[in-house]
Design a protein around this ligand. Structure first.
Ligand code: FES
Ligand SMILES: [Fe+2]
Length: 379
């Protein structure tokens, strides 16, 4: 019989950990965050198949607004056309493969490749190329497109030609929080992105983990939030919940049918594999993780609210100034960074282990573990 490969050993550990009951739940073993073989399988089974959240619909508020970024190793530009359509397309010039736009955001009517000035329309079609012969057929040249889906105002892009649609897998989450009408949050902004020397799953788990909040974020998030002792979840998502001491006061532009519970709850939601957001009935903060390599990821984050005066920091009923709010979200990320980067250094040593998950605090991580096992451990 063949000896099990390093990858098979890691997959066995993932399957065993994912199958543990809440009374016997443990963290994933360190190899899961450090194995180069597992990273290759994750790319094939998850990261090239699933959806990346690239922001809110309202982050691309007028035609011409774009975001240029790298998904795994693919340069992609997400761009709102003059026809109001949001599209995701390759950022690689069809001439000789120069990158067309630099990474970041902006607003352009056309994209011009810096190398020989080929010019593309906002649907990816080649509009012009200097000095080409008369018979040159521009109409045959178009930037390759990627699937794009909008769910509850979040914009998702996939590298797969035929990804499984996301919305049908999130029906039970919509039942829980759909009455907040986050799809109608009309105002949003992005926070500067941050690179982390950490495996993507460490950052994803950190975003789902309410246990650390009072200890890592006492200044930014406060310590007097009441946690509700029951994680919820389904195949594609999980949540834990905090409850304010007082419901938000009723307001004229509250959505119709908002439940009393969702006037008082703040949810921390993971949409697997890469999106995390905290949601109350007025606003949300999202974090989207972009894996780069087995030990590096980029975090993009942003805020969306019903209107700018509905920005409220957790625990405070007073509206918050948007500039201050951006600073606050940036600080939050900065508080997590040394922790997750420290974990990455630790999982590469032989003294790293896998301690127990604390029931009612961390057991919502098991939904994510089961998601990983389902995608990685099946044949
Ligand atoms: S590579 Fe873009 S115009 Fe030549
Ligand atoms: Fe945190």
């Amino acid at each position: 019989m063949n000896a099990p490969t390093a990858l098979n050993k890691v997959l066995d550990l993932i399957a065993t950990t994912a199958a543990q009951t809440p009374d016997d739940a443990h963290a994933m073993p360190p190899q899961v965050y450090a194995s180069p073989e597992l990273w290759e399988l994750e790319k094939e089974r998850i990261l090239r198949q699933e959806w990346y959240c690239v922001g809110r619909d309202t982050d691309f508020s007028v035609s011409g607004d774009y975001l240029s970024l790298t998904l795994l190793d693919e340069p992609v530009v997400v761009w709102r056309g003059a026809d109001d359509q949001l599209r995701a397309m390759s950022n690689i010039c069809r001439h000789r493969n120069a990158l067309i736009t630099e990474q970041g955001t902006g607003n352009k009517r056309v994209l011009v490749c810096p190398y020989h000035k080929w010019t593309y329309e906002d649907n990816g079609q080649l509009r012009g190329a200097p000095d080409v012969p008369e018979h040159f057929d521009k109409s045959a040249i178009c930037l390759p497109q990627y699937p794009l889906e909008i769910w509850q105002g979040f914009v998702f892009v996939s590298l797969s030609a035929e990804p499984a649609p996301l919305a049908p897998r999130l029906g039970s989450l919509e039942e829980l929080v759909g009455d907040t009408r986050m799809d109608q949050f009309a105002w949003s902004f992005r926070v500067p992105e941050k690179s982390l020397r950490a495996n993507w799953k460490i950052m994803v788990e950190n975003g789902m983990d309410g246990y650390h909040v009072a200890y890592v974020h006492p200044k930014t998030l406060g310590t007097n939030i009441q946690r509700i002792d029951s994680p919820w979840g389904d195949g594609q998502w999980n949540t834990s919940c905090e409850r304010r001491n007082e419901p938000w006061p009723e307001h004229a532009d509250d959505p119709q049918g908002l439940s009393e519970l969702n006037r008082i709850n703040t949810y921390t939601i993971g949409v697997f594999p890469l999106l995390l957001f905290s949601l109350d009935c007025h606003c949300l903060i999202w974090y989207s993780i972009f894996p780069v390599s087995a030990d590096e990821c980029v975090v993009r984050a942003g805020v969306a609210a019903r209107s700018p005066d509905k920005l409220c920091s957790v625990g405070s009923p007073e509206p918050v100034d948007p500039q201050e709010y951006m600073q606050w979200v940036t600080e939050l990320l900065g508080e997590d960074a040394p922790i997750v980067e420290g974990i990455q250094r630790a999982v590469q040593t032989d003294k790293a282990g896998c301690g127990p998950l604390i029931k009612g605090q961390e057991d919502n991580l098991q939904f994510f573990y089961r998601y990983l096992a389902r995608h990685l451990c099946s044949q």
